[in-house]
Ligand binder design. Structure first.
Ligand SMILES: Cc1ncc(COP(=O)(O)O)c(C=O)c1O
Length: 363
């Protein structure tokens, strides 16, 4: 049996360090926010070469707190992609704003930059690009548009920790970079967690208050906030795992290169533009025979997952906006053809070869 992800080996590599650190936190009796969170925030900001990091409760928290901190609220519009995890659009809805979608590029599966400008209105306040599957969006062009129309850019980096364009990390282009540390992410903790990185002091201070009921912890509340805090145990684990993330990202890239060398021509493999680096959060192929491939893998006890089977504009909670099938044809077509294969660092190379062989045989 080959799972989509096996975190056991990674855990065993750091078991002693994690055990010691978690016991230290438990003995300290300081469990929510605190010194480990502060240390992790500082390291995360340093890793990204930015001034500030704010630990929050989840990737979703990172997104909606960033939007709320700007502030973005009812009546505002935020431009994003319909081909992403639901939380991206959910965060826009949480703050009362309207998600405005642009279709995706069929090659990168990220937002089609050529389609953004026609969606900008007087109500547009921000662009929310998602670096899907770990591949950075074309941030040079997005930032040029943002500058021209005076818009904020909040990057959804939930899947792109460590990915870069010409060496510049995702999360460092816009007003804020939003990360998820959900266990399956390239940098994952052992529960829920997230963070925002930014160079904008005002945004950072707003997020610190908003994550904690609109207060800096002194029981004086300036605004209605949320409860979205990072806890000490998760921060202690993240401090340990942050040291390893580049090593594991490099192994994912090696695994991806093997898949691409074996599968090119049989299916559409991920395309990484020159100068771009993907962390291969997912290795996602495309084929008109997607379901046949999925079934053949399942028959050999190999997991694969369709991210995502239904674009966001066709999800039930978005009915209020009146979207229809056909509105975003490239995203709709992708949802019928994509398949993510196991690419995790502990996956033996022989298994990658076996998976590629099964795919080619079934076609
Ligand atoms: C693209 C994207 N955005 C947002 C999120 C939300 O992160 P979380 O599950 O930590 O709230 C995720 C992952 O789950 C994601 O993949």
């Amino acid at each position: 049996m080959i799972p989509m992800l096996d975190l056991r080996k990674e855990f065993l590599d750091i078991e002693d360090e994690v055990a010691a650190s978690v016991i230290e936190v438990l003995k300290s009796t300081r469990y929510i926010l605190g010194p480990h969170v502060e240390a992790f925030e500082a390291q995360l900001a340093k890793y990204h070469g930015l001034g500030f990091g704010a630990g929050v409760g989840s990737g979703t928290g990172a997104l909606f707190l960033s939007l709320a901190s700007l502030p973005i609220s009812a009546g505002d519009e935020v431009i994003t992609t319909p081909f992403t995890f639901f939380a991206t659009a959910e965060s826009i809805l949480y703050v009362g704003a309207k998600p405005v979608f642009v279709d995706i590029d069929p090659v990168t599966l990220n937002m089609d930059i050529d389609l953004i400008e026609e969606k900008i209105t007087e109500k547009t306040k921000a662009i929310l690009p998602v670096h899907l599957f770990g591949l950075p969006c074309d941030m040079k062009r997005i930032m040029a548009l943002a500058k021209k129309y005076n818009l904020h850019v909040v990057e959804d980096c939930a899947q792109s920790f460590g990915s870069s364009i010409d060496g510049k990390l995702t999360g460092t282009f816009g007003s804020a970079g939003c990360f998820s540390f959900y266990p399956s992410k390239n940098l994952g903790c052992y529960g829920d967690g997230g963070a925002v990185v930014t160079d904008d002091r005002q945004m950072y201070e707003n997020i610190l208050a908003l994550r904690n009921h609109g207060s800096r912890g002194n029981y004086i509340h300036d605004v209605v906030g949320f409860n979205s805090r990072l806890d000490e145990i998760q921060a202690a684990i993240l401090l340990i795992k942050l040291k390893k993330v580049e090593h594991y990202n490099a192994i994912r890239r090696e695994n991806a290169a093997i898949y691409t060398s074996l599968l090119s021509g049989a299916v559409v493999c991920p395309h990484i533009p020159d100068g771009y680096t993907s962390n291969y959060h997912q290795y996602t192929i495309r084929s008109a025979h997607r379901d046949k491939i999925k079934d053949a893998l399942a028959a050999s006890d190999i997991s694969s997952v369709v991210y995502y089977p239904l674009p966001i504009h066709l999800q039930k909670p978005l009915e209020q906006f009146g979207f229809k099938r056909g509105n975003f044809p490239v995203a709709e077509a992708a949802s019928k053809e994509v398949l993510s294969l196991p690419v995790y660092p502990g996956l033996p190379k022989e298994e990658i070869e076996r998976i590629a062989e099964i795919i080619k045989r079934c076609l």
